[in-house]
Design a protein around this ligand. Sequence first.
Ligand code: MG
Length: 385
Amino acid sequence: MRITQVGSALVESSWVLIRVRTDAGITGLGEAYHGAGVHQIAVDDRLTRALIGRDPRDVNRLFRDMMGAMSASGYYQGAVMSAISGIEMALWDIAGQACGQPIWRLLGGRYRDTVRVYADCHAGDVETPESYAAKAREVEACGFSALKFDIDPLPQMRDRHSKALSTAEIDHYVAVVTALREGIDPATELAIDAHWNYPPVDILKVAHRLEGLDLLWLEDPIPPENVAAMREVKRRTRLPICTGENFYTRHGFRELVETQAADIICPDLAKAGGLAEGKRIAELGELYYLPLAPHNVCTPVGTCAMAHVCAAVPNFLVLEYHFHHDPNWPGYVRAADPGASPLGPDGHLIQDGQVRLTEAPGLGLVADDAHVQARLREDLGFLSR
Ligand code: MG
């Protein structure tokens, strides 16, 4: 079997879908993180020359060869690694179909056949504790056992160069998170994302006042690039700290893990290197007993692909899901095998806050090309060769 073509599609919400075609009639589906230019890099012949004519089942070797081919283009991070990640997913889909096995089995078998997802929520236009709590109850009622909300800069802060928080702003965040925690079932887990916005001195003031609320985690409390500063924040609060969505490959996670600068790691497998590299990152974290909670803003393609890894690692905690209120989200895929579909009766990948993995070969999904076509921004060989 040989790879004959790599195609990409940029669709609404800047999602990047990848399709790898072979001379055996098998095509693989993947998804890359939505960075600028990623759909163009994925089909750039400086990258695809590492793939065309090669056996797609040599996934790990091709992953290294793609990095080697892009060594002059920042091969281990950024948009290049996002493109490589999406292609790597598609190679696993091909490998699974070729041997009639699901990806989770090729990754060593599963620890679980359902993968728990949490709903990342947005409070809406009204920035009050009551509006946050109302949204939380609405999403919780759909069957999610874990929710996440953001504490992003308030409107009055957005034109301010300094991210320093006033006492009133700290009071506001504490009121929001308290209203969320008290507004939902005590058994429903609650995570809070600070989106890298605050200096340690300020986010620690918020964190210390939230320590009694039994949060699942506080995510990205400070900017991501200084691991020593992250470790200090982690050391100084009892809130579990989750970070990692800005890091690429296991090398990007090494210092974070080895210095134990986080309690939970959240690689985004659509940018950090794909599925096998995601498993390697999980195993790196497991050396220090760190749970894995992958970041995910993908369509059902990338979400399902990540779920295969989540099933295959012992330290999985929960997988992110962003698009609870997007009616177009489910339609990007159909079941490849209706007899072993990971999709529910309504065609949605998420059922009661879970992804259910099956025995369907590969990813278990195919793209719905008509749905893609209707939401297409640019086709670079995904729909048309
Ligand atoms: Mg985040």
